[in-house]
Structures are given as C-alpha cells and as structure tokens.
Design a protein around this ligand. Structure first.
Ligand code: HDD
Length: 709
C-alpha cells in the first residue's frame, strides 16, 4: 500500500469529536468484565476439579459466552453489504434564493457527513463487484439537525409507487425455495417480474449498463432520484434533483473482470475506499442541483413525481454548489457502518418532500425498518446517529434508552417544567410546504406516469457504441441464465422490443427466442422525449485526464531492468498513481543492475483484475522467468481482455507473444492499439508519456471484440 500522505485518523469534525466520548481505548488498561471487575485469567472456565464440569457460578464465562451468542443483529433487508466513511461538506456560496437550510448557506461551515456506499441485493458478506445498483447514502449532521440524502448511483428506480417495493425486492433477492442465487439479478423470478412490469424498463437499461459495475465508490455518481423541494426563508418552493459528481470521473469495470474480482478480492470496493482514505487520497464529490421552478414543473414531457424518469442535464443543467470530502475511516465497523440508520424522512428546514409515491412510501419504511434492525425506538441515540444539534422533547423510555431526562414534566403543555422545552421560533422551525391539495381518495396510478419506454430508449441511444455493446452483452448473460423460455420471450417482446430493435434482436438471438419484428410503442404510450440523445448519460464524456489513485502492477523477477522500472515508477507516482511490484515470490528481487526491490504481491496472490494497468519492464532473465509462469501469462491476457493499458519496455515487449496475444481476435490490431504502449529500445521518456495517457483513458474499448450478433 502507498504511504499515507496525511494522517487521516486526526481528521476530525464536530461529529467525529462528539464520538470521542464513546471511544474505548484498551491501551495500558486492565482486562475487566462488563461490570468493571478485574480479570486475570480468560483462557479456562471455572471447573469443579481440573477435569470436572464447568460451574454455573463462573460469571466471567457466562458473560463472555452470552455476549458472543448475541453479537448479531438483523442485516438490512436491502443494501446489507456496505462500507462507510466520515468527512465534511462545504457549500461554495449561499443558496438563500432557494433554501433556508443553514448548511447550504454558510460557505465557512464544514458540515460533518457520514456516507455509506452499498450494493442492494446481496447479503452482508456478499462480493462487492456484483452487477447491481449502488447505494450512496449521506447523513449531513447540520446545525439544524440531520439531513439524510439516501440516494443511489443510478438516477431512476425500478418502480413508481413504493407499494411495489416488497415485490421488486422479493423478485431480485435469492429465490425463496433454495435461496439462490446470491447478489445477482440473473434468475427467473427477477426477470419474470420485469417482463410483467413495464415501468421497470428504464431502470433495467441502467442496471444492465456499465453503471452497475463501478470501478470504485470514488468513481461513481450519486443521485437523490426523487424530485425534492427547496424552500427559502420567504416560504417559496423550487423543485430540485440532487446529484453527486465524483471529481475522479465516472468509470466502470468490465463484466468478466468484475466476476473474477468477486473471487480474487470480494472486498474490492471496501478495500479501495479504505486504502484511499488511509493513504490520504480522499474521495471527493461535488453536490449538484437541478432546480426547476414550480411553474415549469409540467414543461418536460414527463411527470417530475415519477421516479422512473430523469431530468436530462441537457434540459436543466446541474449547478455544482459545494464539495464533499471523505477523509476519515470509521474506527469500528459495527458501531458506525452497521449501526448507522438513514431515514429519508430526516430533512431540515429549507428542504421538503414532494408527492412522488415512491418517496412517500420511503418516508414510512426507513424509520420502521430501524425499529427491528436496531432493536427499538431509541436508535437515534446510538452515537453515529446522534445529531450534533441539541435534542429536547418529551420522548421517553423504550429499549436501550441512554438519555437521562431530568425534571417531571414529560408532556406539553406543562407548567411544572416552566413550559420547557419551548416551541421553536416558527421562522427557524421546520415548516411543511403548504402545498394545495384536493382530490378523490383513489388507489390508482396517474396517467402522467404511463410512458415507460421513451427514456429507456433515450438512455440506450445516448450511450457510446462500446457501452451499448456491454449493455447488450449483459442482457444476453442475464436472460441466458433464465430457465423458463416464456420469461425470456416476454422480456424480449414486451420490454426490449419497445426500447430498441437492434437491442431486442441481438438479445433474442443469443437467448433462443424469436426476434421481434419492429419497435412500436404500446397503445397510449406516446413518445414524449424533448431530445433524442443526452450525452451526459454516457460515461464516454467523463473526465479522463488524470491517473490519480490508479493502481499499476509492475511485473518483475530477478534480473529486471531497474533503470526502466525506476523511470516509469517515478513518472507514475508523480502523477498520483499507486505502483506495486508483482513478482514470482515474496522477498527481495534483484535487478540486472544489482539493486534490490521488495515486491508487494506475487502472481499467486495478485491478479491483473485488481489493477488499472500493468507494466512489464525489460531484463532478459526476468522476462524469461515470467514467460514460464502460467499465472503471469494469465495476468497479461486478462489485462488485455479487459481493455487496460499494457506497458512493455525492453525485453518485456516479448511478453505479448508469449501470452498468445498476437493471435487475439480483437477488433483492433495490437500495433494500432493506443492502450498497448511498447518501447523495445527503451525511449523511456516517450514511453512513460504514452503509458500515462493510456492509463488516464481508463480503457481502450476499441480493442473489444463485439458480443455475438
Ligand atoms: Fe431504500 C435502504 C436507497 C427505494 C426501503 N435504500 C436503502 C439504502 C439506500 C437506499 C442507499 C441503504 C442505506 C444505508 O446505507 O444504510 N431506496 C434507495 C433509493 C430508492 C429506494 C435511492 C429509490 C429512489 N427503499 C426504497 C423504497 C423503499 C425502500 C421504495 C420502501 C418503500 N431502503 C428501504 C429500507 C432500507 C433501505 C427497507 C433497508 C435498510 C434501511 O432502509 O435502513 O427501509
């Protein structure tokens, strides 16, 4: 691991300081029971005779065992697998025109945040790099109480009304009879649901796209999904969509790579986040707002209350209003990451809800689920959940109550307690936006929610060609795993055929169902897009100008060229990359110049799927050794297959042929491939420049052979 740039454990803010009271430090302390009784021996139970039975009076044994027996709490019903970090958010300039929220108005204020990233479908111990939506939940500990922005890395959702959430979650989770498959949507019940519920169409396009395979939590966008409201001090409301924009750009893995990582390092994203923060490479995101006046709400051809729709940036640009920096890892996974409880209903004055029926359901569900998950109504008192704002009210009792309320007036109004706590000044208190409401009590979907395919098509059409190929391949894979032909057929004909003919046809051919004739939108489903493509939806257009925090493996064995390695390493590290030597075994490797270097990993313990790029330097003996290693050849073949930058200098250039890549059936020949950077003669200056450009490009997708037609 790269050395730390800064000691992040000292990075503190109002929230992490408040946690100090609860931190337990064992250094130089004596071992005790939970009651503080000193214990000098914890390796043997108390027995009647040295070979006799254990005694019931052994309170230390009983306490230790009881505590162990009760360590587990229920995992989250969705988003069970996650990783979190502390940090802060700072607004660039006051947003008083739109909102009275203090944390969005004071540029000098660093608002503490705790952010938890997650997958959705898998259990707590499932792999990180599965094909799935990623959760992106932020708790802002503002001076006016906690604001929780509980978003995803995808701007739309599967369903329009939260009453269908149990259905979609049951369908995607492992099937109830045998609990398979784990953390995967590629099974019959999920696609059966999709085939019968056309409102899933747009979200399916996103989950089958590269967005569902992020390279890192640090390299994915976040979205509040719903339309929220911002309310200013005068009570004026604007509609708003929240975005997080990662400063490192939005980048993805490829599916074969993601599957291999699941085996090689199931903690890939967790480790990436942890190590980045430990080494001072703090993840950074800008908060973006798309603001729409109430008067313009009907202008976009779809209903802003429909969470299966996004507001294209081409129609309403995203204003970047502030920055979030994650600069401290939690001290204890369970106490912080597991016990943090986000509730969509946690909003502060100046932010309010809308009538989006998905959001309305969420306002109930989050608080409700915490009651079971965290064992009662006092979960807001768990240190990580406490606001930094003071809390005073008449709530009392219940399991796990920490607060000791003094006085005898636990009701309002009261005179015994002098009327305390006083009601807040209405100008500073939370005020619900007084939206005018009227209507009949009905159980039905608004007609304005009926267009399910226009934006699915817009998304597909806006992707670059390689992204489209990945999406088609993903559907070929997922539906290829569906056992029932009628489900495959329905997905193709009822869903995909309404999105794009080429997409539906190529999927149909790969999964053995008849190809649909031509796309025709279902009756009553008018095509309403104001635009035909939205470049902002493609990751092609993300920043690709830096190699910061990228991981590069250098393949060495005894006899490698230290001259070449040192030159390349120096340039890569100067660009902010992390360089690791990978060798046949641990322990020093000796260069041809006689220098010794310490490899971080071996070809057995590492794999190129864990790196962004690989470099093979020269050195006759080193290259001869590497050629003989099956794992090393696999290393090169995988890096090539996954479209990564491959740098080769001196004798290292022989390795492409040794790995059999001169015969690779790729779309682009080796010598025209900008991601394959070679220098047989050792012009290291030009070589490092081209290699850095190739790494910054993230991948060279032109190398890929297209999926079966
Ligand atoms: Fe949800 C957890 C995001 C729809 C009900 N959700 C959860 C988490 C995230 C989201 C990031 C994990 C929070 C954490 O890290 O602890 N959920 C979303 C987004 C949605 C969405 C972006 C659509 C826009 N969710 C949604 C609906 C419902 C729920 C419609 C129910 C009506 N979600 C839950 C939950 C969870 C949850 C069951 C499980 C654990 C938890 O809340 O704390 O209440």
């Amino acid at each position: 691991m790269a050395p730390r740039k800064a000691p992040p454990k000292t990075a503190s803010n109002g929230k992490t300081e408040s946690l100090e009271t609860f931190r337990e430090r064992p250094e130089n302390q004596t071992f005790t029971t939970d009651q503080g009784i000193p214990i000098s021996h914890t390796d043997d139970s108390l027995k009647a005779g040295v070979r006799g039975p254990t005694l019931l009076e052994d309170f230390h044994f009983r306490e230790k065992m009881t505590r162990f027996d009760h360590e587990r709490i229920p995992e989250r019903v969705v988003h069970a697998r996650g990783s979190a970090a502390h940090g802060y958010f700072q607004v660039y300039k006051p947003l008083e025109k739109y909102t009275q929220a203090k944390f969005l108005n004071d540029p000098s204020l660093k608002t503490p945040v705790f952010v938890r990233f997650s997958t959705v479908a898998g259990s707590r111990g499932s792999a990180d790099t599965v094909r799935d939506v990623r959760g992106f939940a932020t708790k802002f500990y503002t001076p006016e109480g906690n604001f929780d922005l509980v978003g995803n890395n995808i701007p739309v959702f599967f369903i329009q009304d939260g009453i269908k959430f149990p259905d979609v979650v049951h369908a995607v989770k492992p099937e109830p009879h045998h609990e398979m498959p784990q953390a995967a949507s590629a099974h019959d019940s999920f696609w059966d649901f999709v085939s019968l519920v056309p409102e899933t169409a747009h979200m399916i396009m996103w989950t089958m796209s590269d967005r569902a395979l992020p390279r890192s939590y640090r390299m994915m966008e976040g979205f509040g999904v719903h339309t929220f409201r911002l309310i200013n001090a005068q009570g004026k409301s604007h509609l708003v969509k929240f975005h997080w924009k990662p400063l490192l750009g939005t980048h993805a893995l490829v599916w074969d790579e993601a599957q291999k990582i699941s085996g090689k390092d199931p903690d890939f994203h967790r480790r990436d986040l942890w190590e980045a923060i430990e080494s001072g490479n703090f993840p950074e995101y800008e908060l973006g707002l798309q603001i729409v006046s109430e008067e313009d709400a009907q202008k976009y051809g779809f209903d802003l209350l429909d969470a299966t729709k996004l507001l294209p940036e081409e129609q309403v640009p995203v204003q970047r209003v502030g920055k979030m920096v994650l600069n401290r890892n939690p001290d204890n996974f369970f106490a912080e990451t597991e016990q943090v409880a986000y509730c969509v209903s946690n909003v502060v004055p100046g932010i309010d809800f809308t009538n989006d029926p998905l959001m309305q359901a969420r306002l109930f569900s989050y608080l409700d689920t915490q009651l079971t998950r965290l064992g009662g109504p006092n979960f807001a008192e768990i240190p990580i959940n406490r606001p930094v704002a003071p809390v005073h009210n008449h709530q009392q009792d219940g399991f796990h109550r920490d607060t000791i309320n003094t006085g005898r007036a636990n009701y309002h109004p009261n005179s015994l307690g002098g009327g305390c706590p006083f009601m807040a000044n209405p100008q500073q208190a939370f005020r619900h936006h007084p939206e005018r409401m009227e209507g009949n009590k009905v159980r039905q979907r608004s007609e304005s929610f009926s267009d399910h395919f226009s934006q699915a098509t817009l998304f597909f059409k806006s992707l670059s060609r390689p992204e489209q190929q990945h999406l088609i391949a993903a559907l070929q894979f997922e539906l290829g795993k569906v056992e029932r032909p009628e489900v495959r057929e329905r997905v193709v004909n009822q869903i995909l055929a309404n999105i794009d003919t080429e997409l539906a046809t190529r999927v149909a051919l790969a999964v053995g169902v008849p190809a649909p004739k031509a796309v025709k939108p279902p009756k009553g489903d008018k095509k309403r897009n104001a635009i035909t493509t939205a470049p902002s939806l493609s990751m092609l257009n993300t920043p690709k100008d830096s190699i910061q925090t990228r991981k590069i493996a250098v393949m060495v064995a005894d006899g490698f060229s230290a001259l070449e390695v040192n030159a390349v390493k120096k340039a890569l590290v100067a660009g902010g990359a992390i360089v690791e030597l990978v060798a046949p075994k641990l322990g020093p490797v000796k260069s041809q110049e006689g220098e010794e270097a310490m490899p971080e990993k071996t070809f057995l313990t590492a794999s190129s799927v864990l790196y962004d790029a690989i470099y093979a330097p020269g050195g006759e003996k080193s290259v001869a050794t590497i050629k003989q290693l099956a794992d090393a050849m696999e290393f090169i073949r995988d890096a090539y297959r996954h479209c990564k930058a491959v740098g080769l200098s001196g004798e290292g250039t022989q390795l492409l042929e040794a790995a059999g890549l001169h015969q690779a059936p790729a779309a682009q020949p080796l010598d025209a491939d900008p991601g394959i950077v070679q220098s047989a003669k050792g012009d290291m200056k030009k070589f490092t420049k081209n290699f850095i450009t190739a790494i910054a490009a993230h991948r060279n997708w032109d190398r890929e052979a297209p999926p079966p037609a």
